[in-house]
Design a protein around this ligand. Structure first.
Ligand SMILES: NC(=O)c1ccc[n+]([C@@H]2O[C@H](COP(=O)([O-])OP(=O)(O)OC[C@H]3O[C@@H](n4cnc5c(N)ncnc54)[C@H](O)[C@@H]3O)[C@@H](O)[C@H]2O)c1
Length: 358
């Protein structure tokens, strides 16, 4: 039974996963290689627990319990009593392989998991003596608020290890688990690639970025159009994920990184965080379109906004159909994952069914 959790890496995701466990009254040992992020995580977790109590999401007593049941560890040895260790260090394959093989020796009975976004689970676990007790647990940011966890079963993951981890995710953390095969981008990052790429192709064909974002919201009912979403995620992070998936799937034309985004990233226009992305921002507020988009995309087609949106959502539906056909996840899990991760009003496969009810 999973009763004590170790988390490796005290950054955005590690601290978030730790807070989530504490809110569910599961003791945590949080480790980082550096003292500074560990100290920052302690402040963020304390504040997060207090905020959750102030908003009545947890009781005052639970917030206090959380503060008393987290250990900020500077040595991996301190994690030896954990039943599950979730690795959430930087997205660097050799660093992940190394730390997991170290923790495997210290925790001979524990289930080990990685929160990697872009590497295959089998690659991250390739230094393990016993890959049977290793799987992917892909949390979304922020882990406390996001309902979804993608659970990735690598070819060598033992069935009972997967089931025990699933029980923990669903019953102890009260999250929605979707089961995914160990393939590039899992469900969400793979199915959503065309959302970002096809919209840029539409702009190359003459569609406007704010018009397409508006059509996505007004016609599609989604919370954010593709360009405002890329600006929020960070154009550089989004491009890196695209490149990894594109290369891992042997460079299919439909998933090819797009020149507009590459041009913007090369200029340091990374989205909201740098004040310039597809849009321009002042004091955190969107003030207009970035003129550099037109430099990379002097589109002169005659797309209507509705046609551009149709082209984008159709490409997302087709990617979801491929994921289904490739046996990566079930129909329900694909739809569930996209609805929960993206706040879409329906999943891509439901979208198709509802558009063509016969
Ligand atoms: N940020 C997201 O939205 C998000 C979402 C899902 C998954 N992920 C994945 O989660 C993981 C962590 O991402 P993040 O955004 O929290 O990163 P981050 O940069 O915020 O934090 C990474 C932490 O790892 C620590 N670290 C680096 N090398 C280490 C080592 N060898 N040993 C121990 N600690 C080490 C760093 O000091 C840092 O505190 C990555 O694999 C990422 O792909 C991120």
């Amino acid at each position: 039974m999973i009763q004590k959790i170790g988390v490796l890496g005290a950054g955005t995701m590690g601290a978030g996963i730790a807070q989530l466990c504490l809110q569910k009254k599961i003791p945590v040992i949080l480790y980082d290689a550096c003292a500074e992020p560990l100290c920052a995580a302690a402040g963020r977790i304390k504040e997060g627990l207090l905020n959750a109590a102030a908003k009545n999401r947890i009781s005052q007593e639970s917030a206090e319990w959380g503060g008393q049941n987290v250990v900020y560890a500077k040595s991996l040895n301190e994690l030896s009593s954990c039943d599950l260790v979730v690795e959430a260090i930087i997205e660097d394959l050799p660093a992940k392989v190394k730390i997991l093989s170290e923790i495997e020796k210290l925790c001979p009975q524990a289930i080990l998991a990685t929160n990697t976004s872009s590497f295959l689970i089998s690659k991250v676990g390739e230094g393990l003596q016993n890959p049977g007790r290793f799987l992917g647990l892909h949390f979304f940011n922020p882990p406390v608020a996001m309902k979804l966890v993608e659970m990735i079963r690598a070819p060598k993951t033992d069935a009972d290890v997967f089931e025990e981890a699933k029980k923990f995710v669903e019953e102890s953390l009260q999250k929605t688990a979707v089961a995914v095969k160990d393939t590039p981008g899992f469900i969400v990052n793979r199915v959503m690639r065309p959302y970002y790429l096809e919209s840029q192709r539409a702009v190359l064909g003459g569609a406007g970025i704010s018009e397409l974002d508006l059509a996505a919201r007004m016609i599609g009912g989604v919370p954010m159009g593709p360009f405002e979403l890329m600006d929020l995620i960070g154009l550089d992070i989004n491009l890196a994920i695209t490149k990894t998936i594109y290369e891992a799937l042997n460079c299919p034309e439909r998933l090819k990184p797009q020149p507009i985004q590459e041009h913007l990233v090369s200029l340091g226009h990374k989205g909201r965080k740098s004040g310039k992305g597809f849009y321009l921002y002042k004091d955190g507020k969107l003030i207009g379109e970035n003129p550099e988009v037109a430099v990379a995309a002097p589109g002169d087609g005659d797309f209507s906004d509705g046609e551009a949106w149709e082209m984008v959502i159709q490409a997302v539906i087709e990617e979801a159909e491929m994921v289904l056909k490739e046996g990566i996840a079930s129909r329900d899990d694909i739809d569930r994952a996209i609805k929960l991760a993206m706040n879409f009003p329906q999943g891509p496969l439901e979208w198709k069914k509802n558009a063509n009810p016969l």
